[in-house]
Design a protein around this ligand. Structure first.
Ligand code: GLA
Length: 717
């Protein structure tokens, strides 16, 4: 709900209030963001304003904006902190003075942005117009209010209303100024094989912290999700603010605490190598920053993001559909396969209940290793003499669906495409572009390259019965030929993804980027599932999946059972442990089933049957993190259905702890159940009162070994 009351505008969600107002000088300021407060025109009460912002009633001729909480600050006059917008105006300076002009409420609309993914669905939207008439700049601030999820999605549009060109140097999507206090910042930093490590920083006065990723593809080193919490905030306690940018390129989140402990958070496109010329009449759109508040810790915040993304971000028809249990060929055979070998793998897969066979890298051009052929999306007839259609027909005849790997944004120097179109490579003239993994990046800022890719991928998808695509992206984007290029690249990527997903609405797309290097809401808007990491070791996955779930729903997290010793870390874990961890994601296998014993194959058969049955709960249920692998020896996860009738718990004890010849029990208190109800363990038939499970807890009993997991499935009687 959006209420305009005198000089205040109050955005209300189920549990939160976001109140802004304009002062006598028409500066747009923030009064409150957090728990719900009464709807009053707070500007009528000078006492209240004095208490909140003493400087507002000072005797200075101009208000010192540097000590006021603003909605969209600009640097250069009385504001000296980090600006949300920086530009060089027609006079050659960067002074801007944005004043409130008007506000419009667009009730129950579906806010969309051309060329960039946004949250969809009907929601009230506030549009506020700020302007600097002298410079000829107008800034439109958008606040889309998703009441049920306590979310406000913010973005800004910068318009050149003058008669000369201006140059944007940075334009953040959102700015939130929080009152004096103590705050901690949590962000998700990682690399290949260790995506989204959880980092926590105490913010100190006078410090400016920037969490950014300038690899050109979004979230290689830093995810565009951050949380700000009151000191000691944890899963169930503390006030927490979440910020997540719907964007798949260079991003930045700035946290700046001033001398008094007032905190500014800004989120948007990174200003690294960014510049954008706006000719008269032109506008620049910033991506949406999804801002959420919880007064009960990270767990509740995550649940809100999960619900929002499932219902208002992931557009694919697969977002809410049962996903097939897949076998991916990569770790099973890498580049070394032919049709016969694949069909043998597929036969084994079918026998154990797998539904989708995914052929990974190596099926096209002359690709027998990573050194060639990216760009030549033509089947390799030496390996697959009957082509993709022949293979698909045989798989379909066995009762399996067929999925395929692509890496369309790339080109190998050794490829026909590169020889035909050397000018399509991202590069600075006269300088040899950096080569990684024997590949260059295609210039998606060029419309002809995007058109070509849409057609090239479409042709393959139309050539055979393909129901799944793994869209990979295995290197950074560098050698940008001009400032602002990275943004053009991202727009090109969205252009391709929107055209392909519209053309092939029934195909399940899974994002991938050297593992989980591009895990962001921009990708999720098109691909409801993203491969979380090339590190498929169950113990490493505890942390990766745990931290990924802080913002992203389990239905978005690709998780596979792979071989032991694990190919990435060399660890040996049981088949049970590997599956138990992978159940908490979109489940599949990635190994050569021929290497398993008959007994193990029977186990796999039971696992696929279980995974199919439990998936609706995993996909749609409410996720609770009961023990953190970042804090101790155990990691415990629980999903409970919204109606509290069904729950599934998984615990993993990394190193065994023995007491009297048995593993020491670990009692965990479950969440999200009905305390008045009775629950039955579906395996043992034992019954427990809900109140006991929730308030006293239930013991998890692990086998006597390292890396042991145990699971518990309970249903309301
Ligand atoms: C990346 C992906 C892997 C696999 C390989 C193929 O590393 O993350 O899953 O697809 O590429 O080359």
């Amino acid at each position: 709900m959006i209420i305009q009351n005198g000089k205040t505008i109050h955005l209300q969600t189920e549990n939160t209030s976001y109140v802004m107002y304009r002062n006598a000088e028409e500066d747009l300021l923030n009064f409150h963001y957090g728990r719900k407060i009464a709807d009053v025109d707070y500007t009528q009460d000078p006492e209240l304003l004095r208490e909140a912002f003493p400087v507002l009633v000072s005797t200075a001729k101009h208000p010192h904006l540097s000590s006021l909480p603003q909605e969209y600050p600009v640097y250069g006059r009385s504001e000296q902190r980090h600006p949300a917008l920086q530009l060089v105006n027609a006079l050659g300076n960067s002074i801007l003075c944005l004043k409130y002009k008007e506000a419009r409420v667009l009730e129950g609309q579906s806010f969309q942005m051309t060329g960039m993914p946004t949250l969809f669905g009907k929601a009230d939207t506030l549009e506020v117009v700020l302007a600097d008439d002298a410079v000829g700049i107008e800034v439109l601030l958008y606040y889309v209010v998703f009441e049920k999820y306590d979310v406000i999605a913010r973005s800004a549009v910068i318009v050149n209303r003058g008669d000369a060109s201006i140059e944007l140097q940075s334009a953040y999507s959102a700015n939130v100024d929080l009152p004096q206090g103590k705050y901690e910042l949590i962000h998700f930093c990682g690399d290949w094989g260790r995506e989204r490590g959880l980092e926590r920083t105490v913010l100190s006065k006078g410090a400016l912290v920037e969490i950014c990723d300038n690899t050109g593809r979004g979230s290689r080193w830093n995810n565009p999700f951050v949380m700000v919490t009151t000191p000691g905030g944890d899963e169930q306690t503390g006030e927490v603010y979440g910020f997540n940018l719907i964007y798949s390129g260079n991003h930045s989140t700035v946290a700046q605490m001033d001398w008094a402990g007032r905190l500014r958070i800004q989120q948007g496109i990174s200003d690294q190598s960014f510049s954008w010329v706006l000719e008269p009449g032109e506008e620049f759109l910033t991506p949406q920053s999804v801002i959420c508040y919880s007064d009960s810790g990270f767990g509740q915040l995550s649940q809100k993001y999960h619900g929002l993304y499932q219902n208002h971000l992931m557009r694919s028809e697969w977002a809410k559909k049962q996903r097939p249990i897949l076998l991916n060929s990569w770790e099973g055979c890498y580049f070394d396969f032919d049709q016969q070998k694949l069909l043998a793998m597929a036969e084994k897969a079918k026998a154990v209940g797998i539904e989708l066979f995914v052929l990974d890298d190596g099926w096209f051009g002359k690709r027998d290793d990573a050194q060639s052929s990216l760009g030549d999306w033509v089947v390799n007839r030496k390996k697959l003499p009957e082509g993709l259609s022949g293979l698909a027909e045989k798989l379909n005849a066995m009762g399996l669906e067929f999925g395929l790997w692509f890496e369309p944004e790339m080109v190998s120097p050794d490829s026909q495409l590169c020889r035909a179109h050397p000018d399509w490579v991202v590069r600075v003239p006269q300088i040899e572009p950096i080569e990684y993994r024997y590949q260059w990046v295609l210039d998606l800022s060029k419309a002809e390259v995007c058109d070509y890719l849409v057609e090239a991928v479409s042709q393959v998808l139309q050539s055979a019965n393909i129901t799944y695509v793994k869209w990979d992206m295995n290197r950074i984007v560098c050698d940008a030929p001009f400032d602002g290029f990275h943004h053009c690249y991202v727009l090109g990527y969205y252009n391709i993804m929107s055209r392909l997903t519209e053309r092939f609405p029934h195909i399940l797309f899974e994002g991938c980027c050297s593992g989980g290097g591009r895990f962001d809401p921009g990708v999720l808007a098109y691909m409801p599932q993203i491969w979380a990491s090339d590190n498929s070791d169950a113990i490493a996955r505890l942390k990766i999946q745990y931290s990924t779930s802080m913002c992203y729903p389990l239905s978005a997290i690709g998780a596979h059972v792979s071989a032991v010793p694990n190919h990435q870390v060399g660890r040996v874990t049981s088949l049970k442990t590997r599956a138990d961890v992978a159940y908490f994601g979109m489940f599949g296998y990635e190994l050569d089933l021929a290497q398993l014993t008959d007994e193990e194959l029977e186990q796999v058969k039971a696992q696929t049957a279980f995974a199919k049955g439990i998936q609706p709960l995993i996909r749609e249920g409410i996720f609770h993190r009961l023990r953190s692998p970042f804090q101790g020896n155990e990691c415990v996860w629980q999903v409970a259905s919204e109606d509290q009738t069904h729950t599934f718990v998984m615990g993993c004890r990394v190193l065994s702890i023995i007491r009297n010849g048995r593993q020491l029990e670990d009692k965990v208190r479950l969440r999200g159940l009905d305390p008045e109800a009775v629950y039955e363990d579906v395996n043992t038939g034992k019954r427990y009162p809900g109140s006991l499970l929730m308030h006293r807890g239930i013991a998890l009993r692990y086998a006597v070994q390292d890396f042991a997991t145990c699971t518990l499935e309970l249903k309301k009687v």
